[in-house]
Write a protein that binds this ligand. Structure first.
Ligand code: NAD
Length: 434
């Protein structure tokens, strides 16, 4: 099928590359000329395991092409996926100006029946607005359908998630658009047992915000347990593991840490809160999720400050900058909050991350960046673990001990073996335990 993806970021690019690998013809479009120039040359603009190969194969087979030309993109595709960013406005509402701009572009160039799919995460009733906008700005009477098809990929695992989703949600209002979307997704599902939920457009829009709010709630619940465990000298990991063994609850996302970040959870729960407000529903549930999440990073920072007493002049190493492993995405990464506080209080910061450092360099120019974690740790008075990259699990603890001036670990992800660290002589501070 001929598909286009408007917005070639984490979602548009990875989804486009996956559909290209299945033999569809893909146009990935973006307004960012530099991004498109790089992609045309096969250069990945984001770090996502497996993406580079898909991109190279797609370009070689001619199944994927990149352009800034919106007219061609719209005219030459049967299904148009809107994958632009929907950042939060200052008041928490989703900023839908990029979605609206795409709807206006579609109105301008629509010349025959197309399906327009909203893949960006948007509040309930956005599809209605997209439809209205296209009708309002179009001078021809062309038939089209707007479908909601929320994306559930996890950065760092995106290729696998797109090709092996837990479920596919298609919010469609008529048989024609529903059947075309089913035909497309059959090429992903094949004979795998993947549930497809066909819903109304509004339900589909709500499913994405609902799912992200629930996941964020699980993380905040884990951090609430961590808080009480730290005060009462219990062990949150033990408590949460046992809670999660109840099949109704499950162990995933029940780990204490320094709070969730990234481009999705913080903005999506804010947007959902605004949706609740618009529909007259109390949002104290979401207020609690946010407040626990903020406390998680603040508690961690206070713990560091309390233990180190004076931060001014201290050499502190931070390992892991991305908001989670296997991605270079640093949007709302807890590491940035930690670094900012320590830096503002006079600490000298040394950092390492396997892939996210180039992005952080645009934010902090006055910290030291190292290509090797051991070099970053060398001579430091404390080690702060912010992102649980696999390569950090394999660090030689004896070597770390020898390299540090004062061997103190603040492990925001409970990545190290606490007993081993203590046995080696480290002062070790995890999350959710004393
Ligand atoms: P992103 O910022 O990585 O990419 C968005 C792209 O859209 C950018 O390249 C930008 O230049 C482009 N763009 C903006 N306006 C445009 C326009 N008018 N025409 C063409 N291109 C335009 O964002 P993302 O992380 O890919 O997220 C996109 C949407 O998908 C968001 O709504 C997000 O909430 C949702 N989502 C993201 C993830 C994720 O893990 N990143 C997962 C599921 C859903």
């Amino acid at each position: 099928m001929k598909l286009s993806f408007i917005g070639s970021g984490y979602v548009g690019l990875t989804t486009g590359a996956c559909f290209a690998s299945l033999g569809h013809h893909i146009i990935c479009q973006d307004i960012d000329e530099q991004k498109i120039r790089k992609l045309k040359k096969g250069e990945c603009t984001i770090f996502e395991p497996g993406l580079e190969d898909l991109l190279k194969n797609g370009l070689a087979s001619g199944n994927i092409e990149f352009t800034t030309n919106i007219k061609r993109t719209i005219r030459e595709s049967e299904i148009i996926f809107i994958c632009v960013n929907t950042p939060p406005k200052e008041d928490g509402h989703a900023d839908l100006r990029f979605v609206e701009r795409v709807a206006r572009d579609i109105a301008r160039y629509l010349d025959e029946y197309k399906i327009i799919v909203d893949k960006s995460t948007v509040p309930i009733r956005t599809a209605e607005k997209v439809k209205e906008t296209i009708e309002r700005y179009s001078d021809k009477k062309v038939n089209f359908d707007v479908v909601s098809n929320p994306e559930f990929l996890r950065e760092g695992n995106a290729i696998f998630d797109i090709l092996n989703p837990d479920r596919v949600v298609i919010g469609a209002e008529n048989e024609r658009s529903k059947n075309t979307m089913l035909r497309l997704y059959k090429t992903i599902i094949k004979d795998k047992k993947i549930p497809i939920k066909i819903t109304s457009v509004k339900s589909a829009e709500l499913i994405k915000h609902g799912a992200n709010t629930f996941l964020a709630a699980k993380i905040s619940f884990a951090n609430l347990i961590a808080e009480v465990c730290e005060n009462a000298q219990a062990d949150a990991s033990e408590v949460l593991e046992a809670i999660g063994l109840d099949e109704r609850i499950g162990t995933q996302f029940l780990r204490p840490g320094i709070g969730f970040g990234g481009s999705c959870f913080p903005k999506d729960i804010k947007a959902f809160k605004k949706t609740l407000e618009v529909f007259g529903v109390n949002h104290s549930f979401i207020d609690a999720i946010e407040s626990i999440n903020n406390r998680a990073s603040e508690r961690f920072i206070k713990k560091i400050e309390k233990m180190l007493w004076v931060l001014d002049g201290k050499s502190i190493c931070v390992l892991g900058l991305a908001f989670k492993p296997n991605t270079d995405d640093i949007r709302n990464a807890p590491a940035l909050k930690v670094i900012k506080y320590l830096k503002d209080n006079g600490a000298k910061i040394r950092v390492h991350d396997p892939v996210a450092m180039p992005k952080v360099k645009n934010i902090f120019s006055d910290i030291l960046y190292f290509e090797n974690p051991y070099e970053a740790i060398s001579g430091s008075e404390a080690l702060i673990m912010c992102t649980e990259w696999d390569e950090y699990k394999k660090l030689d603890m004896k070597k770390l001990f020898a390299l540090m001036v004062t061997p103190i670990i603040f492990d925001g992800r409970n990545l190290f073996n606490r007993n081993e660290a203590k046995k080696l002589g480290f002062k070790y501070h995890g999350v959710g335990k004393q």
